[in-house]
Ligand binder design. Structure first.
Ligand code: G6P
Length: 587
């Protein structure tokens, strides 16, 4: 759950190239950071607490031709200089992203070796040093390390007797190599080096990469040199620039119409029948499970209700962290759908592997091509949200929801004569809506509050869950979403004159019920807001009405913008909220 970058180069490169690249990885963690760089044939290590900007303050104005750097999100051991990467023992200096599950056992084998911190990463650093001392062969030592360690990792290693090269290995954590004119890059994510090259090589599990000057060598499991393919990355430079917006989150909210248009253009540019060529018919399954974490789970809940309403297939949505340990035996006529922006979330990946063992068909809705979920699912589907930088997801969530809608249409609604036009109209409806929204009265009401509640039924409840998550994760206001009917079974006890309650009402059949629940909380002096797209509901915020199937894509943009504005006015770091990382590759 950390970010790593490194490079070797034929020419000298400013350290700023590494620190700037590292900043692109801050979404993966930002509690401490560090760099190891070769200067004048000496290896130097600098570390800092906090964000990359702190590290930059202590970097000399120098150049390097071999360096590795890291931004950390603490798992083993608190954020401290000792626990920050790079780690160094004897001949080995390394950076690590992941979790080594058997690190205590490895530590025992180290005997009297003195460790300076508490991290699993330092243990494998010392362990690799021990292995290298035995065989004096870089490749052999790394190969042995991989036989010994259990868990997930992306590692970049510099050996003290070969200061012009970097070795890389990975398992269940991303590590992408970039081939530039004079240099070879490595990073957890292409965005870290996209300013320098879009020519990438995806390192496979079990392979070892050696970066040396501008040369890349890849060794297979038998330590034989193997061929590799250089591909053009789908990430582009514009994706990692704020382009005049106050925050990346705002930019990404505003990109949603473009993402929707891009996906429609890809999957059904001319008519709905084209969906047949690109998407699986999910109606052939007798039951469906959907699995995800965070907002991806919420997208799954939207999908669940829409599938049940439109295809009448029973669906159950699971949090991946629960699914992986649940005693579930799925029938062979089940389709398991996995949703993940990154395609690397550890729990979602473990859940997918569990389904594969059960011989269940797996479909993954993923935003990163070549990610583990994308590679391992039987039916991978790429959402075309492009790179998302803000930790709080917006456009990737919408892309997941749209993909679920397209699957539903393909599996039962292709003959609806007006649906294609309604889909194509969506980007404009959303653009017009978000650019005309006046949120100031609501922001003023919320900015000093400490509790907010979101209530709704059916699809509205699924929207409320995402709305509450968006607001809480970036503004730090305590937010809860409730199925409106559940309120009086306990939670209404919390409501008083300091409470703010939002009711989302897009679902016609339950509109009156939710309105009654809103009246109940208003009677307890809560400040209430009704958010609705329905014509006959008197709403504080009127959301443009589109076809019921498509409504969530319009409605959610209101809550995303609201969360953004409230977080800004509260002085929060919108793009990098405290304690959160965008990609959770540990349990
Ligand atoms: C983190 C992110 C969320 C995301 C969740 C699942 O918690 O902050 O925005 O929804 O992980 O990530 P995934 O990459 O699997 O969609």
């Amino acid at each position: 759950m950390c970010g790593i970058i490194g490079l070797t180069s034929k020419a000298n490169v400013s350290l700023a190239v590494l620190s700037t690249g590292l900043k692109q990885l801050e979404y993966r963690g930002y509690d401490s950071c560090g760099i190891a760089y070769v200067d004048d044939n000496q290896l130097n290590i600098r570390k800092s607490l906090g964000k990359i900007i702190e590290l930059e303050k202590q970097l000399p104005m120098t150049v390097t031709n071999c360096a590795i750097a890291h931004t950390r999100w603490a798992t083993h051991g608190m954020p401290s200089l000792a626990n920050a990467h790079p780690h160094h023992h004897g001949m080995v200096t390394l950076v690590h992203n992941g979790i080594i599950e058997n690190s205590s056992k490895l530590k025992e084998e180290l005997g009297n070796e003195q460790l300076y911190g508490q991290t699993d990463s330092e243990i494998i650093c010392a362990y690799l040093d021990m292995l290298y001392a035995r065989c004096h062969d870089h490749l052999q030592a790394l190969w042995h390390l991989e036989q010994m360690i259990k868990g997930s990792y992306a590692l970049a290693v510099i050996f003290g007797d070969a200061l012009d090269g970097i070795y890389c290995v990975r398992k269940d954590n991303p590590l992408i190599l970039g081939v530039a004119e004079d240099s070879i890059y490595l990073a957890s994510d292409v965005s870290a080096f996209i300013e320098h090259t879009d020519q990438v090589v995806y390192l496979e599990q079990g392979e070892i990469a050696l970066l040396h000057e501008d040369q890349l060598s890849i060794y297979d499991k038998n330590l034989q040199l193997s061929d590799y393919v250089i591909e053009r990355s789908l990430v582009n430079k514009e994706d990692v620039r704020c382009q005049g917006f106050k925050t990346f989150m705002l930019k990404e909210i505003y990109e949603q119409p473009t993402v929707i248009a891009r996906m429609l253009d890809m999957f059904c540019p001319d008519d709905l029948q084209q969906l047949k060529d690109n998407l699986l018919d999910i109606s052939k399954y007798d039951q469906i499970v959907i699995v995800g974490c965070g907002s991806a789970y919420h997208a799954g809940l939207v999908g669940q209700i829409l599938i049940e309403n439109n295809l009448e297939i029973p669906v159950r949505t699971y949090l991946a962290s629960e699914f992986r340990y649940a005693n579930i035996n799925l029938r062979s006529d089940t389709l398991a759908i996995f949703i993940s922006q990154s395609g690397e979330t550890a729990d979602t990946l473990a859940a997918l592997r569990k389904c594969k063992i059960m011989n269940i068909d797996t479909l993954a809705i993923v935003n990163v091509i070549g990610s583990s979920l994308y590679n391992e699912a039987k039916y991978p589907l790429l959402t075309l949200a492009n790179k998302e930088i803000s930790v709080a997801t917006t456009k990737a969530y919408s892309a997941q929801v749209l993909m679920l809608m397209l699957l539903i249409i393909r599996s039962g609604l292709m003959d609806d004569p007006t649906l294609h036009q309604k889909l194509l109209a969506l980007p404009k409806v959303i653009t017009n809506f978000i650019s005309s929204l006046d949120l100031q009265p609501l922001v003023a009401e919320l900015k000093d509050k400490e509790h907010a509640y979101f209530i709704g039924r059916q699809i509205d409840h699924a929207i409320c869950l995402e709305a509450a998550l968006k607001l809480k994760e970036i503004s730090y206001i305590h937010c809860e979403a409730y199925a409106a009917g559940e309120l009086k079974h306990g939670s209404i006890a919390l409501i008083n004159e300091n409470s703010v309650v939002f009711a989302n009402i897009d679902e016609q059949v339950v509109a009156d019920k939710t309105l009654s629940n809103l009246a109940e909380v208003a009677a307890r002096k809560a400040k209430v807001f009704c958010i609705s797209s329905l014509e006959d509901v008197a709403a504080d915020i009127k959301i443009p009405r589109v076809k019921a199937l498509l409504q969530p894509l319009v409605t959610i943009t209101f809550y995303q913008l609201l969360a953004h504005e409230v977080a800004l006015i509260r002085g929060c770091n919108v793009d990098q909220p405290r304690n959160l990382a965008k990609s959770v590759t540990v349990e």
